[in-house]
Design a protein around this ligand. Structure first.
Ligand SMILES: Cc1cc2nc3c(=O)[nH]c(=O)nc-3n(C[C@H](O)[C@H](O)[C@H](O)COP(=O)(O)OP(=O)(O)OC[C@H]3O[C@@H](n4cnc5c(N)ncnc54)[C@H](O)[C@@H]3O)c2cc1C
Ligand SMILES: *[C@@H]1O[C@H](CO)[C@@H](O)[C@H](O)[C@H]1NC(C)=O
Ligand SMILES: *[C@@H]1O[C@H](CO)[C@@H](O)[C@H](O)[C@H]1NC(C)=O
Length: 558
């Protein structure tokens, strides 16, 4: 039962808590950043343009410039300073063992990740503190939570820190390449503040990438890593607007399939608190909050348009402001308030125990009132993830949010993106998607065939990922609408029922998908969903047998 409770607490926090994992990851290749690997001479005669310098695009730049690809990489990113802290994009990634597979190939990036993030799920655990709404109720100090298996680590890192760390790795590799005149690694050029406009094909199969500032880049390979509203994807999906060449030959497969989940449409906004802000306990004594612990403040209100709680995720740097997140339906009262003073008054009524004047700087209220916040997306994916040229010598591929996006409930966004980069690495190396076996003894497959192998591997995986995102933990924000409350009850009952079946059968019947995902990081999303479907089939069969027995028993007894 303790396990069950721990799990339910975790379910409330998948977006918040790093679900644990087992890190039995096999190294996929001998190469590593900066350390070049020996063997045959590199063929740095190929050029790759990566569109989008989010974490997944930057990871792809490191991968494709290294052994055995040696692409000269140009990365185009429209933001000028994505590594700066931005309160409107102040969300945290949880890099779990699925994403760490990528880091295992780049030991230096891994060291930087460890230095700049907060570990969770490992020996130190993750601590959480629930703060009741009533100022007279004593505050229980942060308690360690986590799934039972504590050997497994994941890392909390703010988006800007993650982007900053990967940019640093790219720059460092490039500086070192120039200094040592290293030919065992391709170049990386970061073009920040440059916005992608279109791709076109010329001279049979060369690719030209055009940017809004008029600049143009030639490429043998274009990677779309430009996020959920990918322009690269639109170029492949839209014949009318973008001309009609081999690029659009699979247009229909690049149109996104969208599904609404119970967390789709929720709006997230964060209020910046003072670092290590102080609270007052029931007896009047003050104490400071801890940067590395999570906090959840319960509010006084509980109605369908005024229920609100405030959540704080772990923070590495105790000197940084601490973002407190609210997740609400778009009809919530908070969205009707337009001045800092009104917002402050609303918060003060809902969270009477917080000493507001001391914890939130005065000017923050107006910023908060004006900010738009983020809306959780549909669960969406594009079945297509690559298109080769007719000569099979060049092509375009999509990675990360450009081919799959979903609300953050299952905490897999960044991890699924890094897995795409690992899969692309394997496919372009001519390797099988799971084992290190070579599919072509190194030389025979064309780039086009390799890209199609990537797509064959990713298509079903992304479809399963989206199903998982829809059923995983979509009610963890305690959405207050009536249908949310009913939905949450049914969802929790379903998870508990499956867990009971799992325990009663001695582990034979698989538990709910979200639990398989959380415990078995070595499984693909496809394998996770297949196991969960097995349980659904067993349940259906049991119900049918029961019905059959009820209907036909009289005949047997007669
Ligand atoms: C509120 C919220 C919370 C989240 N929480 C989590 C979480 O806890 N854990 C998790 O794993 N994931 C989380 N995610 C998902 C996560 O943000 C994404 O999965 C991840 O950022 C995907 O990385 P990416 O590099 O593929 O895309 P992005 O991070 O979206 O990066 C795309 C980049 O491309 C650039 N770009 C876009 N268009 C162009 C263009 N035309 N030209 C040039 N550049 C362009 C953008 O500026 C951006 O830098 C969350 C998402 C949201 C919205
Ligand atoms: C790749 O970059 C290196 C170093 O700048 C350069 O010598 C080489 O010609 C480039 N290759 C291509 C195809 O541009
Ligand atoms: C708050 O007070 C209670 C009892 O008065 C005490 O047990 C608890 O440890 C205090 N909490 C903190 C965070 O200091």
């Amino acid at each position: 039962m303790a396990l069950l409770l721990a799990f339910i607490i975790c379910l409330q926090f998948t977006f918040v808590v790093g679900l644990t994992a087992s890190s039995t990851v096999s190294p996929t290749s001998s190469s590593g950043m900066i350390s070049s690997s020996g063997g045959r001479a590199p063929t740095s005669t190929k050029e790759c343009v990566i569109v989008g310098g989010g974490p997944v695009g930057l990871a792809a730049a490191l991968t494709l410039s290294n052994h055995p690809h040696y692409y000269n990489v140009t990365l185009i990113e429209k933001a000028t300073d994505a590594s700066r802290y931005d309160p409107t994009r102040a969300y945290l990634y949880n890099v779990n063992p699925r994403g760490l597979v990528w880091f295992d190939r780049f030991p230096e990036a891994r060291r930087e990740l460890e230095a700049r993030s907060t570990p969770s799920g490992g020996p130190g655990g993750t601590r959480i503190c629930y703060i009741p709404a009533d100022p007279k109720t004593p505050i229980v100090p942060p308690k360690e939570i986590g799934l039972p298996d504590k050997r497994d680590l994941s890392y909390w890192i703010p988006r800007n820190a993650m982007v900053g760390l990967l940019e640093d790795c790219c720059r460092k590799q490039e500086t070192q390449r120039v200094e040592t005149n290293d030919e065992q690694v391709g170049s990386i050029t970061l073009k920040l503040g440059t916005e992608f406009e279109s791709i076109s094909a010329y001279a049979n199969d060369r690719l030209a990438v055009k940017c809004k500032d008029g600049s143009c880049y030639d490429a043998d390979l274009v990677i779309g890593a430009d996020g959920m509203d990918s322009q690269v994807r639109s170029c492949l999906a839209d014949q009318r607007k973008n001309g009609d060449s081999w690029l659009q030959s699979k247009a229909s497969s690049f149109r996104v399939r969208k599904y609404r989940s119970p967390s789709t449409g929720l709006r997230l906004k964060s209020l910046q608190f003072e670092p290590n802000f102080q609270l007052v306990n029931s007896t009047g004594e003050k104490f400071a909050t801890q940067a590395e612990s999570m906090y959840v403040f319960r509010g006084v209100n509980s109605g369908t348009t005024n229920y609100m709680s405030l959540g704080f995720l772990p923070s590495k740097d105790p000197s940084l402001p601490r973002p407190g997140n609210i997740n609400t339906r778009p009809d919530h009262d908070i969205w009707k308030l337009d001045t800092g003073a009104h917002v402050k008054e609303y918060f003060a009524k809902n969270f009477p125990r917080i000493p507001w004047d001391d914890v939130v700087p005065g000017e923050e209220w107006d910023r908060f009132a004006k900010a738009k916040g983020t809306t959780f997306p549909f669960c969406q994916y594009s079945p297509g993830s690559a298109v080769p040229s007719p000569s099979m010598q060049t092509g375009v591929a999509l990675v990360g949010d450009a081919c799959h996006a979903f609300p953050p409930d299952i905490g897999q966004g960044i991890n699924a993106g890094l897995q795409d980069v690992v899969a692309l690495d394997r496919a372009l190396s001519g390797k099988d998607s799971r084992s290190d076996e070579s599919l072509d003894s190194g030389e025979d497959l064309t780039v086009g065939e390799r890209l199609l192998n990537y797509q064959r591997n990713r298509g079903p995986e992304h479809k399963a990922l989206i199903r998982l995102a829809r059923c995983g933990a979509p009610y963890q924000y305690r959405q207050p609408w009536m249908r949310d409350r009913i939905g949450r009850f049914l969802h929790t009952s379903n998870v508990i029922f499956r867990l009971l079946l799992n325990k009663l059968s001695g582990g034979l019947v698989p538990p709910a998908a979200i639990m398989i995902m959380a415990k078995r990081h070595e499984l693909t999303y496809r394998q996770v969903m297949r196991r969960a479907a097995l349980t659904s089939r067993i349940i259906k069969l049991a119900l049918l047998s029961l019905l059959w027995w009820k209907l036909f028993r009289p005949f047997f007894l007669a």
